[in-house]
Design a protein around this ligand. Sequence first.
Ligand code: NAP
Length: 258
Amino acid sequence: MTISYTLITGASSGIGLAIAEEFARQKHHLILVARREGKLKELADKLKKFGVKVEVISADLAVNAGAEALFEKVQKQGLNVDILVNNAGRGNSGEFSEQAPDHMRGTLELNMTSLTILSRLFIDQMKINGYGRILNVASIAGFMPGPGLAVYHATKAYVLSLSEALNAELKGTGVSVTASCPGPTESEFHTQADTTSLKGFNMVSFMTAKQVAEEAYVALKKEQAFIIHGRLNQAFATTPKLMPRRWVPRIVKTFLAK
Ligand SMILES: NC(=O)c1ccc[n+]([C@@H]2O[C@H](COP(=O)([O-])OP(=O)(O)OC[C@H]3O[C@@H](n4cnc5c(N)ncnc54)[C@H](OP(=O)(O)O)[C@@H]3O)[C@@H](O)[C@H]2O)c1
């Protein structure tokens, strides 16, 4: 019998690590992916107590053709993926005109291109098997433009739009796509993206990565097109629809100011 795996990108910290723990608890075999192999190996050892197989693949998904290289490694190892979790992502706060173009390109590659190409490459086998699940970690940032975090918000709007479209397109195939939309969540993201001094982030309470992972797992099982985690985040994500569109960036700008 073929063993099926859940492949999780960005499993070395934060939400991806919590998703790995949740899937292991639910008895899924795992392929953990990120750049920091040492962290992945530590996690793999820890998760074996759940009686699941855990493979580790080090990959950089912010580079051109990073997704194809990862897919090839998985194929070479003969691993069958029935659940794909596109979680790896990054942001960078600050003015658009001050961002390094190369860093921006890497963010677009990681948050959008790799996520899209990995979905495209793994979906063929899922369709043949008549079963597959894709979980894309978007954000409530996807529901509104983000002056001060503009590229990040735009990439998450892309992830949300793509996920909802694919969820509808794939109805009846046995494959479903779910976008997870957390708000501020405890992880390494905020140091990495330099968001710790932004006003809005100091006004709200953060969810834990564990809470997000548990809810995302349930949403994936229910084949939901998307889930917004937490009541307050649901309000943040839906309020922009209730006001004139031109107001939204101005209000978000105050939230994302230092
Ligand atoms: N934390 C929040 O407030 C929040 C809110 C909404 C959405 N999100 C989204 O949640 C997802 C996970 O972020 P997080 O909050 O858990 O942040 P995190 O703790 O910084 O985790 C990011 C993960 O992505 C991996 N990663 C980063 N660059 C990579 C690259 N070039 N290639 C492969 N993997 C890479 C990191 O591993 P390595 O460094 O080992 O490569 C790490 O495992 C992201 O998509 C983020 O946008 C976060």
